[in-house]
Design a protein around this ligand. Structure first.
Ligand SMILES: [Zn+2]
Length: 362
């Protein structure tokens, strides 16, 4: 099984949902694919540059795996790299595109594959444009294109089986409990991750908070490199939460109370782009919610200075080294934690008592 995001019958990307891997014999693949598609997807071939049918496609829409139909890239992230192959700066969902080291042809490269059928797509390089700095270099033959107005036609059959599997639970003893809501993620950067992690870990509906790095590439996603301020990463946290208990908007409220969103590329004495204030949105609804919240706070003059928080599409989140995880909880007497992290968690607790774990629900 693999966890992926798919389109539903309204043409919206949903998930992640569990989907079985698509595993076929070479003969079965040959029946399903054209010889050119087979050469790329199953034999890891590369089409000649400037020859692919999708290179110059400028229509709005979604690119799916030609092998199994999994959505892989959106036209929103397509750019002209000049290389002769269709290029994107991020996948439509991180879950859907897998990576693997590839040392073939005397080069050190990172191969990209469809997460569901392991079809070869191309390679990813770290010389892409902002905001991710990544260049996903694709073969047209590995992709099919669906225009925006036809996204409902991509509705994945796996959703019907997911819905069917949920039926018994929904009709169980608790009539109030609807179908179990999928858990969601939010990624925020608000200065030192020891502080932000502590602020969110105490909230009801938050299943897990992980410290890590976002905004840069995998090669430099480690504490030592990120501390130089040269890698493009921000210290960030990834929150797994149950949207039935706490909403993304409520998480945003806590985010803006747990740090100072008016300081550009710093939080107090922590200075550098790695300490920038950023909301790394996972999808369009999150982006819109974040914009609305910032507009609301600005209109209410909630801060004495303008909010400088950036909105960045979430390309990848790299968990930090193990010793950074739950740092404030494990090191409550460490001076930085005592004087910076815990007071922020405490301020959130005072301002939002109703959101705390164990608070009386109503
Ligand atoms: Zn596939």
């Amino acid at each position: 099984m693999v966890r992926v995001r798919v389109f539903d019958s309204r043409g919206e990307l949903v998930g992640p949902v569990e989907s079985p891997k698509v595993e076929l014999s070479d003969d079965q693949w040959r029946q399903r694919l054209t010889p050119q598609q087979f050469e790329v997807l199953r034999s890891k071939g590369t089409e000649r540059p400037f020859c692919g049918t999708l290179l110059d496609n400028k229509q709005q829409g979604v690119y799916t795996c030609a092998g199994c139909g999994l959505p892989l890239f959106s036209s929103d992230a397509k750019f002209n790299s000049g290389t002769g192959w269709p290029s994107f700066f991020q996948p439509i969902a991180n879950e859907n595109v897998a990576t693997e080291h590839d040392d073939s042809h005397g080069m050190r490269r990172t191969e990209i594959l469809c997460a569901r059928c392991d079809g070869h797509l191309g390679h990813v390089f770290d010389d892409g444009p902002r905001p991710t700095g990544l260049r996903f270099c694709l073969n047209s033959e590995s992709l099919n294109f669906t225009p925006s107005e036809q996204l409902a036609s991509l509705a994945d059959p796996i959703l019907e089986s997911v819905a069917a599997a949920r039926q018994p639970a929904a009709s169980g003893h608790n009539p109030k409990a609807g179908p179990s809501a999928a858990e969601e993620i939010a990624v925020f950067a608000g200065g030192c991750f020891w502080c932000t992690e502590a602020a969110f870990a105490q909230l009801a509906g938050v299943l897990d908070v992980e410290s890590g790095y976002a905004g840069g590439t995998a090669e430099t996603a480690n504490y030592e490199d990120v501390c130089t301020g040269q890698t493009g990463h921000a210290e960030a946290i990834r929150i797994r939460y149950n949207p039935a208990t706490i909403s993304f908007a409520q998480l945003l409220d806590v985010f803006f109370d747990a740090h100072d969103p008016t300081q550009l590329n710093r939080q107090g004495n922590d200075v550098g782009t790695q300490y920038r204030s950023a909301i790394l949105f996972a999808d369009e609804p999150q982006r819109r919610a974040a914009e609305a919240k910032i507009a609301e706070l600005a209109a209410a003059r909630a801060f004495p200075r303008p909010i400088v928080t950036t909105l960045e599409p979430l390309a990848a989140f790299y968990p930090a080294e193990e010793y950074h995880q739950d740092y404030a909880e494990k090191n409550p007497n460490q001076p930085y934690v005592r004087y910076h992290s815990l007071p922020k968690a405490c301020a959130v607790r005072e301002k939002h008592p109703e959101l705390m774990r164990g608070a009386a629900s109503h």
